[in-house]
Design a protein around this ligand. Structure first.
Ligand SMILES: [Zn+2]
Length: 445
């Protein structure tokens, strides 16, 4: 403690051993000790007392589409990382698509890293992309530090990122398994999508029918079979269909190396409440019925679903037309993810330690970020300070992401982020930001 440069304390610190009153000592951007609440602060150390506000590890969001460079008018590193920081996130991992170039070669990764380095308000890492024609690029990307590879099993929404058919999936996964990498998958089966009624238009019920659960269930079953055959590590992105949960639970029980995420919008919004024409609610797979949502919560509670990430995937407002078939699919949730999940979690009897496990510890573990995701000695001093009982009404004008379209407009949420800290430096206080202090992250070899 004597070398501490900063001591922060709260009556409620969420640690891996439980929530308790504690003082956290920080030096060189790292947590050096978690001490009793009334530990003496060394002279010369800065001291912050958060009172009864909760001190939690900064969230690690492993599913963000930043779109920079190339579609920076949709979202960029400057705006995305400010929105994330305002929401208590301190680490994000960027998806390989919707930027131009996509992160599918080492050269493209370097371009992305250069752009991010100057604008990132928090630590930023990258997923690579697995395309039909870039199998030879996968190992070099792995060696260059991407955290894993994203693949689509159905059309991605952008031409430059084509999806894999089953043979191509087998080839890519075999290559990735060869260096024990991780494949993260948008799992909807294209044949089931094609067979579904494609009505188009403004009715949400028609859109929901066009992306049926069995498209997800079939794709996930196929992925499990491949993972098992190759003993490969796979991760199911943005699970929406609760019908796939028994398959996943059985695969996990059998030792298949599979993890699963879901998103705040599947956990807090329901198909029943989406107004017709409101394409700010459009994402793929879609937000489903409230009975489906109940089962997703149950799966989080029992560990079938491992983590919760935003899948923040914005576009310009003009692409959010009132025709669900052609409107851009993606929900902008970065700044609101913690409050949205916490608001629903507490109603369902969960505590903040559960939310931290889903949104910080498990995601850090997914990416192999041993320095993130917990308040304990040796980890980075990344914190969010949360007033869990304070409420606010979502005003799109108060959001930091570039295009202030949100499915949460007008909702009253619990949990106000008072400040966010990155490696011992406060990066947001009451909506005021410091200059960007983020670092580029690469996979730990
Ligand atoms: Zn996504």
């Amino acid at each position: 403690m004597s070398d501490a440069e900063l001591v922060v304390r709260s009556t409620r610190v969420i640690t891996p051993e439980g929530t308790r009153a504690a003082a956290v000592a920080v030096a060189g951007g790292k947590i050096t000790a978690v001490l009793p609440y009334d530990a003496q602060v060394p002279s010369g150390a800065r001291f912050e007392d958060f009172g009864d506000d909760v001190l939690l590890p900064g969230l690690v969001d492993t599913h963000v589409h930043v779109n920079d460079p190339g579609r920076t008018h949709w979202e960029g590193f400057w705006t995305a990382t400010r929105a994330a920081a305002a929401g208590g996130i301190t680490t994000l991992i960027d998806m390989p698509l919707n930027s131009l170039p996509p992160t599918t070669t080492v050269d493209n990764l370097r371009t992305k890293q250069q752009v991010a380095a100057e604008k990132a308000h928090m630590d930023v890492g990258f997923w690579g992309g697995a395309l039909p024609d870039n199998v030879k690029d996968l190992r070099p990307l792995h060696d260059a530090g991407v955290f894993g590879f994203k693949a689509f099993l159905s059309p991605s929404g952008v031409d430059e990122f084509p999806h894999l058919d089953q043979d191509q999936l087998a080839l890519s996964l075999a290559e990735i398994a060869g260096f024990d990498g991780l494949l993260i998958v948008h799992a909807e089966d294209p044949h089931h999508l094609e067979a579904a009624p494609q009505q188009g238009g403004p009715k949400y019920a028609d859109f929901l029918a066009s992306r049926p659960r069995d498209a997800e269930d079939t794709a996930i079953a196929g992925l499990i079979a491949q993972a098992k055959r190759l003993n490969a590590r796979v991760h199911v992105l943005h699970l929406s269909s609760s019908d796939a949960l028994p398959l996943i639970a059985a695969a996990k029980a059998e030792g298949v190396r599979i993890t699963v995420e879901t998103c705040p919008h599947y956990l807090t919004l329901t198909a029943e409440e989406v107004p017709d024409g409101a394409s700010e609610f459009k994402c793929c797979p879609p937000i489903r019925e409230s009975a489906n949502q109940d089962l997703l919560w149950q799966a989080l509670a029992d560990g079938t679903i491992d983590c919760v990430v935003t899948d923040h995937s914005p576009s310009t407002a003009d692409l959010k037309t009132d025709d669900f078939a052609t409107a851009w699919g993606g929900i902008s949730g970065l700044q609101l993810s913690l409050a949205a999940v916490w608001t629903e979690a507490r109603k369902r009897g969960h505590d903040l330690a559960d939310v931290v496990r889903w949104m910080s510890s498990s995601t850090a573990e997914l990416a192999g970020l041993a320095q993130k995701g917990a308040i304990e000695a040796g980890r980075d001093a990344d914190f969010a300070v949360l007033a869990p009982d304070e409420t606010f009404t979502v005003d799109p004008a108060a959001l930091q992401h570039r295009n202030r379209v949100t499915a949460y407009a007008g909702k009253t949420l619990s949990g106000v982020v008072k400040s966010t800290w990155l490696r011992g430096e406060r990066i947001v206080l009451d909506g005021e930001f410091t200059d960007p202090k983020g670092q580029l992250l690469t996979r730990t070899p």
